[in-house]
Design a protein around this ligand. Structure first.
Ligand code: ARG
Length: 335
């Protein structure tokens, strides 16, 4: 097995000189990806359980590694863990600490695995949970909108085309238009789950491994539905990131439209609605003002979400297969 002394980075076999502080600082992503620590630890536990089941590592080593990983999890949760930029990312930070806790046998955790499949596994699990939370919130928005619509069947308002008075409509009918949009948003997030549910673990760096691993086992353990099909595609692919960012963008676009409409109706020119004091701000020099700051902020936020989508599209455009460091920024964009 490759010697892995604690003062060396885990890939320091051919490279003899330490990288400069400058390149460590630039290349490090630990400040961003430390948010993946739980996913990383659970992924590693599922991985060593699989290695044991396949008789690749012993019962003793498996338990030792799981003990160390659980200890690290507690340290991070209790803010007792020292993250080090020298160790680049969350995966190496955890692995280095595992060496300190259980010794050289920590190296077995990396059997039949590369950071390339490790990072996507963690990241997919994280996005899946974010996807779930967003769908829960969208559901609340839909239910609240329907309840509000129910109370406003007889509330008559102008319906507009070209922002000119067109025909009288019920406020309920208007609200239900947004309900349809939010329902489609939910569907978009759901369809993102197709790719998020494919387990990347086991494809290693890009060609898989000659160890007799069981990818169906880690698939079940980690709550995926099936293993990915092609190892090169797996480490190169970030479509699941694009799908998520696109779903977020369209949803924020809908929110931006509703925010803009409320701003217009609340404007002095239209004077159709009067926003509650809870969501407006005043002015220090113009005492008559009640500004719809929060709605403006909501309207503007879509700029950030579109920007995130375009950042990711641009990073992927023209990138040869398979893994490149360019991809590391996917996490900052998503978080
Ligand atoms: N921190 C890296 C990332 O997020 C992990 C993958 C590293 N793999 C590699 N071949 N350098 O992309």
């Amino acid at each position: 097995m490759v010697k892995n002394k604690n003062n060396q980075t885990i890939w320091n076999t051919r490279i003899k000189k330490n990288s400069s502080n400058f390149s460590q600082k630039i290349g490090s992503s630990i400040d961003v990806d430390k948010r993946l620590y739980k996913e990383d630890i659970n992924g590693s536990i599922a991985h060593v359980e699989m290695l044991f089941k396949q008789k690749i590592i012993s019962f003793r080593i498996k338990n030792k590694i799981i003990y160390g990983l659980r200890k690290i999890e507690k340290e991070i949760t209790n803010k007792k863990f020292e993250f080090n930029k020298k160790y680049e990312d969350i995966h190496i930070n955890i692995e280095k600490r595992l060496f300190q806790i259980i010794g050289e046998e920590a190296g077995y955790v990396h059997t039949a695995r590369s950071r390339n499949d490790q990072v996507i596994t963690d990241f997919k699990i994280w996005i899946k949970s974010a996807n779930h939370k967003i769908r829960m919130m969208l559901n609340k928005v839909i239910i609240n909108s329907i309840n509000l619509a129910e109370k406003n069947v007889d509330t008559i308002m102008p319906g507009f085309t070209h922002l000119k008075n067109a025909q009288a409509v019920s406020f309920a009918h208007y609200l239900m238009a947004y309900v349809e949009m939010f329902k489609r948003d939910e569907e978009r997030f759901k369809s993102n789950l197709n790719s998020l549910n494919e387990n990347p673990l086991g494809v290693a760096a890009l060609t898989g491994t000659s160890f007799n691993i069981d990818r169906n086992f880690t698939t079940r353990k980690l709550g995926f539905e099936r293993p990915t099909n092609n190892s090169i595609d797996t480490v190169a692919d970030r479509d699941f990131v694009l799908d998520f960012l696109y779903s977020v963008s369209v949803c924020s676009l809908h929110l931006s439209r509703i925010a803009e409409e409320l701003i217009i109706w609340n404007s002095d020119g239209f004077n159709l609605i009067n926003l509650t004091d809870k969501v407006v701000t005043g002015s220090s020099i113009m005492p008559q003002k009640k500004n719809p700051d929060l709605l403006e902020y909501l309207r503007g936020k879509s700029g950030t979400t579109f920007g995130n989508l375009f950042s990711m599209l641009t990073i992927l455009k023209g990138l040869p297969l398979s893994y490149f460091k360019d991809l590391q920024d996917d996490k900052e964009i998503i978080f």
